[in-house]
Design a binder for this molecule. Structure first.
Ligand code: CP
Ligand code: NVA
Length: 308
């Protein structure tokens, strides 16, 4: 069987996504019922972090352990990865000693090169371009809050307010596969680059100059930090440029009455989101964070065992 990687969202087909969401429901229910499920006994996940993380590390490490396997954490500070060893060489070595690799890094090219030299599946735990595991969790969270029907996101409108970053690009790929629409509003100069987002077309997203227009009638309003990891030097400039792109209560009012609010976290209250929104009734950010655990368990099961 050819090795299956998850380097960007559209590495999975619609059918594969539906399988993973269905497995997530089952795996989560087993976990909540304290039922042991160890399909990945003796399997080793290597996690490579070139950027900081709380949720991604925790959810992958806990997730593989709960499936019966174990995890090894590597970072650039105290491994040879930060000292110029070619990524191709690292991939050869790491993939001979493990069953699965998760990487959080900078350019997408790095993870692509690693995967091209890996004997085992590679998962993108965030790059400058994409954050596919996050959107798996976000869509699963939407489905759960809409009664558990996997097709419930079809035809819906997601409003993306803020930076056209890795999380935004991934929403755009997901919209094409699962047939929903994304209304994007970014400040001038921070617009979506469809090529960077690697889209098939532009039929599933629409851009809006005014963030209030983007939020109008949305089923889900979502945003992310104004300054992503790796872009810290632009922080002050971005704070000025993004000042009018805060998701606040007035913005939530123009969305659908039952609209959900999501944020991948970590969040900055008073910047991209007002405290009253992220801590308010429509916010599902804690479910969203928890679901990283459950969807990634289903993802790891699929990449290693196929359709069980
Ligand atoms: N949302 C997310 O990926 O969080 P971490 O940066 O804490 O992993
Ligand atoms: N866009 C953010 C997401 C963090 C989980 C970043 O890349 O820093």
């Amino acid at each position: 069987m050819a090795i299956k990687h998850f380097l960007q969202f559209n590495d999975l087909s619609t059918a594969e996504l539906n399988h993973i969401f269905a497995r997530t429901q089952w795996i989560k229910a087993q976990f909540k019922a304290y039922q042991q499920y160890w399909p990945l006994q003796d399997r080793t996940l290597v996690m490579i972090f070139e950027k900081a993380s709380t949720r991604t590390r925790l959810s992958f490490e806990a997730g593989i352990q709960q499936l019966g396997g174990s995890a090894i954490y590597l970072n650039t500070r105290d491994s040879q990865l930060g000292r110029g060893e070619p990524v191709e060489d690292a991939a050869q070595v790491i993939s001979r000693m493990s069953d699965l690799v998760m990487i959080r890094t900078f350019e997408q090219d790095i993870i692509e090169r690693f995967a091209a030299n890996s004997r085992v599946p590679v998962i993108n735990g965030l790059t400058n371009e994409y954050h596919p595991c996050q959107i798996l969790a976000d869509i699963f969270t939407f489905i759960e809050h809409r009664g558990g029907d996997i097709s419930s996101i079809k035809g819906k409108t997601v409003a993306w307010i803020g930076d056209s970053n890795n999380v935004c690009n991934t929403w755009l790929q997901a919209a094409e596969l699962l047939d929903f629409n994304v209304h994007v509003s970014t400040p001038p100069g921070y617009e979506v680059e469809p090529e960077r987002a690697n889209l098939y077309g532009n039929s599933h997203f629409e851009t809006f100059v005014d963030p209030m227009e983007a939020a109008k009638g949305a089923d889900l309003v979502t945003t992310d930090v104004w300054t992503s990891m790796g872009f810290e030097a632009e922080n002050e400039e971005r704070k000025r440029d993004f000042a009018d792109w805060q998701v606040d209560a007035d913005m939530m009012k123009v969305a659908n009455k039952d609209a959900l609010f999501m944020h991948c976290l970590p969040a900055h209250r008073g910047e991209e989101v007002a405290a009253e929104v992220i801590d308010g009734k429509q916010s599902v950010v804690w479910d969203e964070a928890e679901n990283r655990l459950h969807v990634q368990k289903a993802l790891m099961e699929y990449l290693l065992l196929g359709k069980v």
